[in-house]
Design a binder for this molecule. Structure first.
Ligand code: AMP
Length: 226
């Protein structure tokens, strides 16, 4: 299987599976995975100045202000010339779109494909609010798609399953509202400004099919560009 084009942005509403896809592509094609969500969580764990300033936004499920995202990426982004980049969770507002262009100039790369993993809000909400994790071993379940043998209990160690704080219904609502308010405009923008690099994947399929469709579309885009 030939490699997908270099430098990707993966978009999708929270619960679309975009991060799992970005991670899988990262492992398969040795991408440098740049997940702003993960960088922010790391900053909170380090409890550095930036971490302290973003902590409250993450806890409430709110978007971190653009100036702090600028600070995060300007400090933490290093792109070795031989690496391909996959952005997960960035840009997230129209205000961050010029920052991506600035980073492309600064680091000398160009995004080859904008990959939208499309799921409806209802499906994303059902996925997020139905997710359960085991606090002991980290196993993940879903009340509808992947239930444990005994309701509410981990199959491996019988610990009581929990809902992740950011999967609580009130936080899920905030995150979905943010996507409707900001994310849809970004999808529109790239569809208008880079139609030949804009790829749409049906995210409501099983994960392996989403992955296969993404690879297929990336290969077609690569072939069309060569
Ligand atoms: P994620 O792991 O991508 O779902 O992000 C987790 C949380 O980090 C989000 O709910 C936001 O609070 C914050 N976040 C991640 N990326 C961004 C971004 N590009 N702009 C603003 N906030 C972000």
């Amino acid at each position: 299987m030939s490699v997908p084009p270099t430098h990707l942005v993966v978009f999708g509403r929270p619960g679309s599976g975009k991060s799992s896809l970005a991670e899988r592509l990262g492992e398969e094609y040795q991408y440098l995975l740049i997940s702003t969500g993960e960088l922010l969580r790391e900053a909170v764990r380090r409890n550095d100045t930036l971490g302290q300033r973003v902590q409250g936004f993450l806890a409430r499920g709110q978007l971190v202000p653009d100036d702090l995202i600028f600070e995060l990426l300007e400090v933490h982004l290093q792109v070795p010339p031989e690496r391909k980049v996959v952005f997960d969770g960035f840009p997230r507002t129209m205000g961050q779109v010029p920052l991506l262009a600035k980073l492309e100039t600064l680091h000398g790369f160009q995004v080859d494909a904008y990959l939208e993993i499309a799921v409806s809000r209802a499906e994303a909400v059902a996925r997020m609010t139905g997710r359960r994790v085991c606090p002991a071993c980290g196993s993940t379940y879903h009340v509808r798609n992947n239930p444990p043998q005994v309701e509410g209990v981990c199959d491996h160690d019988r610990a009581a399953l929990q809902t992740r704080p950011d999967d609580r219904p009130e936080i899920v609502k905030v995150r979905q509202d943010d996507f409707d308010a900001h994310g849809l405009a970004i999808l529109d923008y790239y569809q208008q400004h880079a139609p030949d690099r804009y790829l749409h994947v049906d995210g409501e399929q099983p994960p392996d099919k989403v992955h296969a469709e993404a690879i297929c579309k990336l290969q077609l885009a690569q072939a069309a560009g060569t």
